[in-house]
Ligand binder design. Structure first.
Ligand code: F6P
Length: 308
């Protein structure tokens, strides 16, 4: 997110605009927590994880009164347009701010889940995948040395992008995804196939939002069927959301930040900027919110072929 903030600030300054940073998301907007930012204020943040502007979930902004307060702040501070970074929740609020108060808003897709419609990549996703890949590579060392079976849980409350991509990248035996109705029997079948092929260590990547159940429950059920297998669970959790952004994320954030500012300056609003096949796209918030980014089933097929 810092790379995107930097890009928005620098693009705004480049086009001769005054740029304010809003702290703590919509909550901070309601409270008028802003600070003027210039090209120098965003130096040395390109390689930092998180967001220097901080983030917050705002219950107040979910109400019409909260949004009216936010709109009043926008006007009081002389703000002509907003750039918001986030996912569906952020875009829902942005759409309402435009619809109810006519405040121009452009969104930048930012979530590690990569599940937003209208862009190939959301900010943070590539970094999260690289982090997960490094972690699983390290777990693999123990799995190999001790002939163990690991269930590694990755983030993805509703989306299996991280699980599928990292499962493929780390040679997982199976991936369990929210988008697929994978059954326990299928997981067990993949382990039996692995045993037939004389696999002595295995890694199964589980997306947290999978349909079978908690990763611990899945591991317990597998233990009951394979009592001799040395079965472990690792939950990667929030370490997936931190750290220095990857090169691809920095490039993506730079492109999207500039595109967001240019969209606002061209009179656009109520839309998210994205990158599809290397080109900047505009997707109306409502389209981005109501459609789901499809998982690449071809990659799932490839992952299955490679996991024999
Ligand atoms: O951004 C979405 C996500 O990464 C989910 O995959 C995950 O469940 C969630 O964030 C966790 O976020 P928090 O701990 O802030 O609720």
């Amino acid at each position: 997110m810092n790379a995107a903030i930097r890009a928005v600030v620098r693009a705004g300054v480049f086009y001769g605009k005054r740029v304010l940073g809003v702290y703590r998301g919509y909550d901070g907007l309601i409270a008028g927590e802003t600070a003027e930012l210039n090209a120098k204020s965003v130096k040395n943040i390109l390689d930092m994880g998180g967001t220097v502007l901080k983030s917050a979930r705002s219950d107040r902004f979910r109400t019409p009164e909260g949004r009216a307060e936010a709109a009043a702040q926008v006007r009081a501070q002389g703000i002509d347009g907003l750039v918001v970074i986030g996912g569906n929740g952020t875009f829902t609020g942005a759409h309402l701010l435009w619809e109810e108060h006519g405040i121009p808003v452009v969104g930048i897709p930012g979530t590690i889940d990569n599940d937003l419609f209208g862009t190939d990549l959301t900010i943070g996703y590539d970094t999260a995948c690289n982090t997960v890949m490094e972690c699983i590579d390290k777990i693999r060392d123990t799995a190999n040395s001790h002939n163990r079976l690991f269930f590694v849980e990755v983030m993805g409350r509703d989306a299996g992008f991280i699980a599928l991509h990292t499962g493929l990248a780390t040679g997982a035996l199976a991936v369990i995804l929210p988008e697929q109705n994978t059954t326990l029997e299928e997981v067990i079948a993949s382990l039996e196939r692995g045993a037939e092929n004389k696999k002595t260590s295995n890694i199964i990547v589980v997306a947290e939002g999978n349909k079978i159940g908690s990763t611990f429950d899945i591991a317990d059920a597998v233990r009951a069927r394979f009592p001799d297998a040395d079965t472990k669970v690792t939950i990667l959790g929030h370490l997936q959301r931190g750290g220095a952004p990857s090169c691809l994320d920095r490039v993506n954030a730079g492109q999207l930040g500039v595109a967001a500012v240019e969209a606002l300056l061209n009179g656009k609003s109520d839309l998210m900027v994205g990158v599809v096949d290397g080109r900047i796209t505009h997707t109306f918030f409502q389209q981005a919110i109501f459609n789901k980014a499809p998982l690449d089933l071809e990659l799932l097929r490839v992952a299955k072929i490679l996991s024999i």
